[in-house]
Design a protein around this ligand. Structure first.
Ligand code: XMP
Length: 178
């Protein structure tokens, strides 16, 4: 059943299932014997990372980071980490996020992890919005591409709502103008 605030589904539940299976299988092949460290960016990574890991059948460890590029409601362009960095020295890191848009968040986090001694940092996102890109960053693993419109669901939120939807969709105009 589609939520009444959604005007169209961009990525269905079934498509998401195939995406996570494909990405998890690929990562397992690529990282066989390398004991990668998955780092998820909260909160958007939660459903994606949880489903992806079901298909990762290699030895690995998990961490999470809470980052923010907002000060109140205004984007500062400065990415801050809440609660410190995980220990990444000499680790092969796979950074997990819901969506790559301007690329500023993941680019800043990637640089921090490299500076903290990570051996490698690879990016894995469920969705890529290439039209939004403001910095030069290429994810190694991408579930799917979306056009330049605001999407919610499966971890993605509008004012913290809709993260629980099992699919990804575009909000109706009336929701923004409330
Ligand atoms: P960058 O730094 O790549 O930021 O611009 C990525 C973060 O921005 C948020 N974002 C979205 N959230 N629907 C959302 O719910 C969207 O269409 C969208 N585009 C960007 C998101 O938090 C992501 O982690």
């Amino acid at each position: 059943m589609m939520n009444d605030d959604i005007q169209k589904i961009s990525v269905s539940e079934d498509e998401i299932k195939h995406i996570v299976e494909r990405l998890g299988t690929q990562i397992s092949k690529d990282y066989q014997g390398r004991n990668p460290l998955f780092i998820g960016l909260l909160k958007g990574c939660i459903p994606f990372m949880s489903d992806l890991l079901k298909y990762v059948d290699i030895d690995c460890t998990l961490e999470y980071m809470k980052v923010s590029s907002y000060d109140g409601t205004k984007s500062t362009g400065v990415v801050t980490v809440k609660g410190g960095l995980p220990i990444v020295k000499d680790r092969e890191v796979i950074l997990i996020d819901d969506i790559l848009d301007t690329g500023r968040t993941l680019d800043a986090v990637r640089k921090m992890l490299v500076e903290a001694g990570a051996k490698s940092v690879t990016i894995c996102v469920l969705l890529d919005k290439p039209e939004g890109r403001k910095v030069d960053i290429t994810p190694a693993y991408v579930g799917g591409l979306v056009p330049n419109e605001f999407v919610v669901g499966y971890g993605l939120d509008y004012n913290e709502h809709y993260r629980n939807l099992p699919y990804i969709g575009v909000l109706k105009e009336k929701v923004y103008s409330k």
